[in-house]
Design a protein around this ligand. Structure first.
Ligand SMILES: Nc1ncnc2c1ncn2[C@@H]1O[C@H](COP(=O)(O)OP(=O)(O)O)[C@@H](O)[C@H]1O
Ligand SMILES: Cc1ncsc1CCOP(=O)(O)O
Ligand SMILES: [Mg+2]
Length: 267
């Protein structure tokens, strides 16, 4: 019950003072992620250029970094922003999209991890591989169940002193000693591109709202997606109508409904 009350309170707190979140995300995600952030009540800015990314991180409430469509110039911007956020004491979130796929991505993910992310959010295949295990991911898509990534998530959290979120049918969040499972969402969610990337940005919004509590912030963002996703999925005819229904559900979700409908279990 404590968790249920907390997620509603955090949604209210985030919306009461909409945080500026610098989202370095990929070309696929930029538009949907910005719309998801606005619908949920946050203030996104997609700012990635090497020339300004570090400066912008210092004036943002939080930073999110996603390597989905990586290039050398973007990576330089990501590293500058991550360094700046860490120096300014701002939370930042890493989304290691398909980091196992190529040597360039593997090295980039390792360099970014060295910059001490506050939170890492990925699908099960990404989290298993990031901890050094053998994953079955195919490109950006997971081919592993979340349950198989739980040990890897705890290891990563302990090793890097961060919160780790694994998403899928039932999400899992841990900081090492503590862990939660969040049920909900819809089987249509993986059929709409970049919803994971959008969730990473929303995790940044909640982390900006409560920078001293990244664990609760992550649980709250995942609970928002779980409840809004379930509502949109119940009415949708397919991925197309799910997309707009999901934005509407995010915008309509209030704190009391979130607290009443969130299904959060201690793991
Ligand atoms: N089969 C499913 N049932 C319910 N929710 C899902 C399912 N697959 C993914 N989700 C939800 O979709 C969102 C994105 O997660 P995921 O698909 O794991 O990320 P990614 O897009 O990075 O692979 C999360 O909120 C997650 O809980
Ligand atoms: C399809 C695709 N290709 C490169 S990034 C990207 C989007 C991945 O989005 P998500 O990780 O949320 O599924
Ligand atoms: Mg992803």
């Amino acid at each position: 019950m404590q968790d249920q009350t907390t997620v509603g309170t955090l949604l209210g707190a985030m919306r009461a003072n909409p945080p500026l979140v610098q989202c370095i995300t990929n070309f696929v995600a930029m538009n949907i992620a910005a719309n998801v952030m606005l619908a949920a009540g946050a203030s996104p800015a997609m700012v990635h250029a090497e020339e300004e990314a570090g400066e912008f991180a210092a004036i943002s409430g939080a930073l999110t970094v996603n390597i989905g469509t990586l290039s050398a110039g973007w990576l330089a911007g990501m590293l500058a922003a991550a360094q700046s956020a860490t120096q300014a004491g701002k939370p930042w979130v890493l989304d290691p999209v398909a980091h196992y796929a190529t040597a360039f991505r593997r090295k980039a993910a390792a360099q970014l991890l060295e910059q001490q992310p506050t939170i890492v959010r990925g699908n099960a295949s990404e989290i298993i591989a990031l901890a050094g295990g053998a994953s079955h991911g195919q490109g950006v898509d997971s081919r592993d169940p979340v349950e198989l990534a739980e040990v890897a998530a705890r290891q990563l959290a302990e090793r890097h002193g961060c919160v780790v979120a694994v998403t899928g049918v039932t999400d899992f969040v841990t900081d090492g000693p503590r862990a939660r499972r969040i049920e909900g969402g819809s089987s249509l969610m993986p059929q709409v591109t970049a919803l994971g990337c959008s969730l990473t940005c929303l995790v940044g919004a909640f982390a900006a709202a409560v920078p001293d509590n990244p664990f609760d912030a992550t649980v709250a963002a995942l609970a928002v997606f779980a409840v809004a996703g379930e509502q949109a999925g119940a009415a949708a005819d397919g991925p197309g109508s799910f997309s707009w229904r999901f934005l509407d559900a995010l915008a309509a979700l209030d704190a009391d409904t979130l607290s009443a409908k969130a299904r959060i279990m201690t793991a």
